[in-house]
Design a protein around this ligand. Structure first.
Ligand code: GAL
Length: 691
């Protein structure tokens, strides 16, 4: 099985960059240089026009597409493609001055000043009309242009607006959802602190006291922004029904539900700026990024996606800007491909001379020197991508699923008392995504490819499903999972599982609720949240069915579990709950449900997942055991597999890859079934799919 290429006219992996010729219109020498160097860098796609609204519409009734015509024509003549952006993320000053309503109102109540970017209102009819007009003109002019590969709507669309227009939309959204204030008052538990509403307009989204409102405001905002993208897409489609449309996401950004965005787009794109500094924690950072990449692929059900932005060297906004060490760039780019990207692009092609991002990394630096280290590393990536045409369109064969549900994240963050919401950024604020990324790492570290689903997703395609901190249960979720386990599925969940319903109201009768206690064979009603320095030891139970023999310290959270028939794999070895279960396994129908009641360190969790995978015979990307910090990922069309070996450690590693593999990138392949990886090295192996 193979999906069509992201750009139907390009059957190779995409290699591209954001390019801002609108910043250099006075410098034809620079534009000539750009065109001379694109092929030398091996860039085939250029993302243009992202912040060019003022350049194409310098005044309300003045349009200037001449420069863009020339750029598009030159791209086509040079055999390059444009990912043509709509410019809605940055608006011209004249528009903001003439119509202050287009400016976003922030939560503090202040309206944006002229300038900046991504600070517009999502509702303003004036803004929507102006955006539709510029989009329509772009589509009318370029829909049949030979350089046009894809539309890129907006840029990192995000952030809520609290203006009167958006508040009115919010009130309409609530009316449609609840029908009556009586229903809303009931489901939001408004007797709390005398919140009962008698008029829709009283409902102020800035009030953080009601946990139901906290969820609904994020649901509304996600749908409203997705609706705005849909509005832009409709303007393009009038002239251009066939060219694919994308928009760039920001990984697992906390306040937007990308499951709600995905249906309006043809292609998912992602921006990723990992701070890949070599050192002890490189592999932790790497697996967190891998999580986001698998999420990008999963948002449209295992479809290849595009890395729209990454930095070829430094970033200008994240702490001390250390240089990317030699070799790390190829490792990072092939990591994207390993998890389903069909191309990698950079922010940015050329460093600008002015503006806030003039020291951000770029393919071409201020020295304009194509023999510079960064430029050469980009060339190396280009050479590697050129050897991987067979990868284009291939999905990831994942036997392991993971439930990633933004509503659980929001609900946990609203739960004051889950290790405190204030001050600073305490554990509770990152508890959900932290649990998801920790448990994802259990699969990543064992070379088990993962696909993600939303809580309402279908577990049927998976052998093993990980549902970390599945705090919020919407109707049907628990029943669906129970039936799947009864039928033979292997389910893993953790602390904070099954505690609230879709309205963020606590489930009564012990957790996990809605019948999941029977599935896991455990129940809990007390949770011990540990201050940072506290540890509670866990001791393996002799002769447990996983053969787990590790003694380990739990941090941050320990659920006090009572067994309802589950086997105890490990019990707490300290505190007043010493001797009670901490990790359990439970046969349920034909399946097994594991409950991991405490937060465990990364290495031990990888070990625990290895034992679970072995016990249930899960197929790993390679037969051998992976050293900590190395992963193996697979893409397959069903007949041929590409196995990506990625070494996020600073030492060389020898990996047992089994028979029948050749080196897809050229150079020495495996010898005696073993492949040698350099420190921070990467290899791509090709083999025939095994039955
Ligand atoms: C992204 C943004 C780009 C650029 C980049 C710098 O978030 O989409 O336009 O600002 O960051 O890292």
């Amino acid at each position: 099985m193979r999906y069509p290429p992201l750009n139907p006219r390009h059957s190779h992996l995409i290699h591209g960059a954001d390019w801002n010729p609108d910043q250099w219109l006075e410098r034809p020498d620079i534009l000539d240089e750009d065109f001379a160097l694109f092929p030398r860098a091996g860039l085939d796609h250029l993302s243009v026009g992202i912040f060019a609204w003022a350049a194409v519409q310098p005044a309300p009734d003045v349009w200037n597409f001449d420069w863009l015509d020339r750029i598009m024509d030159r791209l086509a003549a040079a055999g390059r493609f444009a990912i043509l952006a709509t410019p809605s993320a940055g608006k011209p000053a004249w528009l903001a001055q003439a119509h202050p309503e287009v400016q976003r109102v922030w939560e503090a109540g202040n309206r944006s000043e002229i300038g900046g970017r991504m600070n517009h209102c999502w509702t303003s009819p004036v803004f929507r009309e102006r955006v539709a007009e510029v989009d329509h003109r772009l589509a009318e002019r370029y829909s049949r242009h030979p350089a046009l590969a894809m539309w890129h709507v907006s840029n990192e669309a995000s952030g809520a607006c609290y203006c009167e227009l958006c508040r009115a939309e919010w009130h309409h959204w609530l009316q449609r959802k609840y029908g009556s204030l009586a229903e809303l008052n009931r489901r939001w538990w408004t007797p709390f602190w005398s919140h009962a509403y008698s008029d829709w307009t009283q409902i102020d989204p800035k009030d953080h006291c009601l946990d139901g409102m906290w969820l609904d405001w994020r649901r509304f905002t996600s749908e409203h922004i997705a609706g705005f993208l849909g509005h832009e897409i409709a303007a393009l489609r009038r002239h251009c029904p066939l060219v694919p449309v994308t928009s760039n996401f920001m990984g697992s950004v906390p306040d937007l539900d990308y499951w709600r965005f995905a249906p309006v787009l043809d292609v998912i794109s992602n921006d990723a700026y990992p701070v890949y500094q070599p050192g002890e924690h490189l592999w932790i950072q790497a697996s967190n990024d891998a999580f986001n990449f698998d999420l990008d692929r999963s948002l449209k059900g295992n479809r290849p996606w595009l890395c729209m932005e990454s930095s070829p060297s430094t970033i200008n906004w994240a702490g001390p800007a250390k240089l990317k060490r030699p070799g790390i760039h190829a490792l990072e780019m092939l990591q994207n491909i390993a998890h389903g990207a069909d191309g990698v692009c950079y922010f940015q092609w050329r460093q600008g001379r002015g503006g806030h991002e003039k020291y951000h990394g770029a393919v071409l630096g201020h020295d304009r020197d194509p023999s510079a280290r960064v430029f050469r590393e980009v060339q190396d990536v280009s050479t590697m991508l050129g050897k991987l045409d067979d990868v284009v369109g291939t999905p990831v064969p994942a036997e392991v699923g993971l439930i990633f549900d933004w509503e659980s994240d929001w609900a946990i963050r609203s739960g004051s008392g889950i290790r405190e919401r204030r001050p600073g950024l305490p554990w509770g604020q990152t508890a959900y995504q932290g649990a998801c990324k920790d448990h994802y790492r259990g699969a990543w570290g064992n070379g088990l490819p993962v696909q993600m689903i939303n809580g309402d997703g279908d577990p049927a395609p998976f052998t093993l499903l990980i549902a970390p901190a599945m705090y919020l249960l919407r109707p049907g979720m628990a029943e669906r999972l129970a039936a799947w386990v009864r039928g033979g599925g292997i389910l893993i969940s953790t602390y904070l599982c099954g505690m609230v319903d879709e309205d963020n109201l606590v489930l009564e009768g012990g957790w996990p609720g809605q019948g999941l206690s029977e599935v896991f064979g455990v129940r809990y009603q007390e949770i011990d949240f540990l201050p940072d320095a506290d540890r509670v030891p866990l001791a393996p139970v002799p002769a447990n069915s996983l053969g787990w023999e590790v003694t380990v310290d739990a941090t941050d959270v320990c659920c006090l579990l009572r067994s309802l028939g589950a086997e105890t794999i490990a019990s707490y070895g300290g505190e007043f709950y010493a001797g009670t279960p901490a990790i359990t396994a439970h046969r349920y129908g034909a399946g097994t449900a594991y409950f991991i009641g405490a937060q465990l360190p990364a290495a031990e969790l990888v070990d625990l997942y290895r034992r679970i995978a072995d016990r249930h015979g899960l197929r790993r990307a390679i037969p051998g055991r992976l050293p900590l910090g190395v992963t193996a990922q697979v893409r397959s069309d069903g007949a041929t597999e590409h196995v990506f070996l990625l070494n996020f450690t600073g030492i060389g590693q020898t990996i047992e890859v089994g028979p029948g593999c050749t080196n897809a990138l050229g150079g020495p392949g495996p010898a005696d079934g073993r492949m040698v990886l350099a420190a921070h090295g990467v290899a791509v192996l090709r083999r025939t799919t095994q039955p």
